[in-house]
Design a protein around this ligand. Structure first.
Ligand code: ADP
Ligand code: TYD
Length: 206
């Protein structure tokens, strides 16, 4: 059997990734595609335990280096337990964030950490998505949306607007550097309009 497709959503906090991942999963399922919806950090029981260590508590709880190791450990578990088993069965995997988030977030926190991120990815993960949808948004509006959610998981969102602005640029640069797999979608529109572009991009690249 042919491996399934691995599709990821990326973007700043509150850009609508979770909403769009859910809508794409529903649209694919309605078309008879066997699809799995998952997320990072998390997506497998062990990785969800690591998620709690990452998203709750004081922003200074971990050093940036420790944070990269925790994200990579969570990702390895997610890959082994959820992503790869589904892909080998021919299922489509839709993930709300993956390795690009570590490249952009931890690289934006301290530029020189990007090399550590890349080396760890090569050694422990070694897999890229077939397609990445970057949901692009004004940080002001995204931050307002994200904080309105009040999920109790705001350790990263608490880092503020300047940081979100750097992240936005980071995602756009990454999309520019990987035009083979990345599509930038304007997220500053109603959900249905964004979802229409997402589905067209996914179906158009089959
Ligand atoms: P992310 O996963 O990128 O943080 P979410 O999908 O959780 O973003 O969306 C953040 C908030 O914004 C949620 O309350 C969601 O209902 C809302 N939202 C998502 N997409 C849109 C949109 N296109 N227009 C207005 N609000 C939206
Ligand atoms: P997520 O639950 O996707 O948050 P949101 O819905 O607000 O976008 O991710 C939690 C936080 O973890 C988010 O601020 C992004 C951050 N993060 C990283 O810093 N590095 C990573 O590798 C991943 C996957 C997430």
């Amino acid at each position: 059997m042919r491996d399934g497709r691995f599709i990821t959503f990326e973007g700043i906090d509150g850009s609508g990734k979770s909403t769009q991942a859910r809508l794409l999963h529903a649209a694919l399922t309605a078309r008879g595609v066997d699809a799995v919806l998952t997320r990072e950090p998390g997506g497998a029981p062990g990785a969800e335990d690591i998620r709690r260590l990452l998203v709750e508590g004081d922003p200074d709880r971990w050093s940036p280096e420790t944070e990269i190791l925790l994200f990579t450990a969570a990702r390895r578990d997610h890959l082994e337990k959820t992503i790869e088993p589904a892909l080998v069965k021919g299922k489509t995997v839709v993930s709300d964030r993956f390795a690009d988030s570590t490249r952009v977030y931890q690289g934006a926190a301290r530029g020189e950490l990007r090399e550590l991120v890349d080396r760890l990815h090569e050694m422990a993960i070694g897999r890229e998505p077939d397609m990445t949808l970057v949901i692009d948004m004004e940080p002001e509006e995204a931050l307002r949306r994200g904080l309105a959610r009040a999920s109790g998981e705001d350790r990263f969102e608490d880092m503020g607007l300047d940081f979100q602005q750097r992240l936005r640029e980071g995602f756009l640069t990454l999309a520019h550097d990987h035009p083979d797999r990345c599509r930038v979608i304007d997220g500053n529109r109603p959900e249905d309009a964004v979802a229409g572009d997402v589905l067209a991009a996914v179906l158009g690249s089959e």
